[in-house]
Design a protein around this ligand. Sequence first.
Ligand code: BGC
Length: 716
Amino acid sequence: MQKLVVVALLLAAVGCNQTKEPSNTELMESKIDSLIQQMTLEEKIGMLHASSSFTSGGVERLGIPELVMSDGPHGVRFEHGRGWERDLTVDDSATYLPTGICLASTWNTDLGYRYGAVLGTEAKQRGKDVILGPGVNIIRSPLNGRNFEYLSEDPYLTSRMAVDYIKGVQDQGIAACVKHYVANNQETNRSGVNVTVSEQALREIYLPAFKVSVMEANVHTVMGSYNKLRGQYTTHNEYLVNTILKGEWGFTGLLMSDWASVHNTREALLNGTDIEMGTELTQPTIDYNKFYLADSALAMIKSGEVPVSVVDDKVRRILRTMFRINKFDERTPGAINTTEHQQVALQVAEEGIVLLKNDNLLPIAVDKTKTIAVIGDNAIRRHAHGGGSSQVNAKYEITPVEGIQKLVGDKATITFAPGYEVTRANKANKKMIAAAVETAKNADVVILVGGWIHNYDPSVWGGFAFDSEAVDKQNTTMPFGQDELIKAVATVNKNTVVVLFGGGPVDMYQWINQVPSIIQAWYPGMEGGNALANILFGKTNPSGKLPMTFAKKLEDNPAHSLGEFPGQNWEVNYGESIFVGYRYFDSYKVAPAFAFGHGLSYTTFVYSDLFAEDDEDTIYLTFSLSNEGKTAGAEVVQVYVADKESSVKRPEKELKTFTKVFLEAGESSTIELQVSKESLRFFNEETNQWEFEPGQFEILLGSSSRDIRLSETMNL
Ligand code: BGC
C-alpha cells in the first residue's frame, strides 16, 4: 500500500499522472482501506471496546496502537494506569485550569483557545490521544452536580467557547471530545433517565453546541451521554446518532460511549457507537470480551445478523481519528506545567470571576487598611481533587488566603477564622460563628470566602454531595450554616465582601442587602487565590459576566417552577421547552437576583451612536464604546435580538453575538459587529425546519441581558 502511494507520488512528480493528484484525505482513506483489508474480524472487533480503563484496543500485528484517553475537561486527570487505582509511581501533576463555567464567564473566545491549547499540549506530554472535554451540556437547573464543568445556559455562548476550546486542543495534534451527547442535564438517575424534550428545544437549545463543534470546529470525537432520549439510550440512539450527528451534520470522527453508557449490542452496532468504554469496572477480574461491542458483537456479525460493513465503518472512524492526530507518526513534543500555562490559568480566573455587587467597598485600598479578616473554610480549601472524573493533580493551587497574603505582604495584618465546618450535618456551628464574629469585629475589612465545595465520595456523602458527578444538589440553600455566619459577620462589620465558590448560585436573599459586595469565584483553578486577590485589591479590574441566570430562589427557575427537575420514575419532561435560563426569566417577567450576562467593573463604560444596516444575509452594527472611568478595563458587549412578529411564541430576546473590548481609562473605540440573518431563524416543529420569518426585529446592545444600553428596530 505504501509502495502504491510512492509510485503515485513519483508519477505525479514526473508529470505522467493523467488524473488529479490525490488529496491528503484521499491518501489517508486509502491507507485506512488497506489496513481494514488486512484485519481479521476479531481484530476489528477488538478496536471497538475498551482495553483498559482509558484505552481502546489496537492491533499490534498491524502496528495499530491503542487509543489513549484522559479526562478533562479542565486539566489532564490523575494517572490511573490500566485500572482504576491511582498510579502513585508517576508524576501526574498538571495545570489545573478554572472549571468550564469560569471559562465561559470570561466571554473571551481567545482565552477559550488558549485554554484548549494548554490541555492539548499537556495531554500530549502525558502520552494521551484524546482529552475528554469540553463538556457542553446546557445548564438547565442550578442543581445539576456537573454545572461547574459545563459552560452556560445559553447555546450561543456555549457554542462560541466550545469551538475555540476544541480548536485549541486539536491544533496541538490531540483530539478533543465534546460531551455528553445529549440532554445530560442532571445527574440524578443519569444512568438511564428518559428525557422528553420538544424538537424545537432540542434543536434550538440542546444541540447547537454539538453541531458547531462538529461542523465548525471539526471535533474529532464525541461522547454519548448516560441518559435516554425519547426512550432510547443516547449513545446508541438512532435519531441522535445516525440521523443527526452522522447524517445531517456529516460527522466523520468517532462516537465513544460514556463510561458504561452502552446497554445493547445490536443498537450499539447499528446506531453508530464506535467505541464502548467503561462498561465493566470491577478490578482485577475485568473481562473486556464481555463488553457489548466485544464477543456478542462478534457473534452477531458472524451469524450475518449485522453486516460486517457496520464494523468496518466504526474501525474506519477510529483509524481516521488516529491519522488526524498523527498517531502513526512521531509527534512533536508536548509541554506541561509551564509558566505560560499557569498564566493562562491566572488570566482565565481573573477574567472569569464575576463581581456581582459592589456598593463602594471594592477595590480594597491596601494602604488604608490595617486589619483584614479572612473568614470561611473556602479561603483555605483546595478543590482540584474534587468533583469526580474531572479531578486534577494540580501542580499547586493557590488558596484565597495565600493569594491575599502574597498581595498584601506586610502592609496589613491578616487574621483568619474558618467560620463554618464542612460536615454532613450541614448546620451552623455556633462556636465557630462566635469566633468568626470576634475576628470580624476587630478588622477594617472582612473577606468572607464561602459557597459550595466539591465532594465526591458517594460512600461518605451519599445524596448529600455538591458540584459532583453522579449527584445533584438538593437545593440552593447555602450549606454548612453559612447564611447564619454571613448575617452574624455582616452585623458586626459593614465592610464585608462575600466571595462565593461553586458551580452555580446559592440563595442570597437572607443577607444580600446586608453586605456591600459579592463576588462569584466559581472554581477558579490553580491560580484562583492570586486572581481573587488581584480583583479584591484592584490590581485586576473584573470583567467576568454570568453565563447563567442567578435566580432569587430555586423555584423561580423554569424547570423547578414547573416541578420538572429531576423528574419521577426515571422520566423527566423538559416542559419549559425553549424557555431555559434568561429566555424564561425575561419572557415570563421573573426578576432574577443577578441576570444572565451581568458582571460589574471598577470603571464605567458608555455606549453610544448605534448604527444598524443590513443586506440580504447580514445585519451590520457600528457603535461607540468608551471607558469613562479612571481604570483600564474590559467590557463584554452583548447583542440580543428580539423577534417582534412571530407566528410562534419566541423568547423575549436571545443572545446573537458578543465581543469583549479592552479599553484604557478615557479610551473610546468604534466597534463593528455582525449578526447573520440565518441565526435569527427558529425551528418550526410543523415543517420540521429552520425558518426565517420576515418582520420587525429589535436589536439590543447591552452590558447584560437586563442592562440594555442601545437599541434599534429593524424590518428584516
Ligand atoms: C463521566 C465522563 C468522563 C468519564 C471517564 C464518566 O463518568 O460522565 O464525563 O469522561 O466518566 O472518566
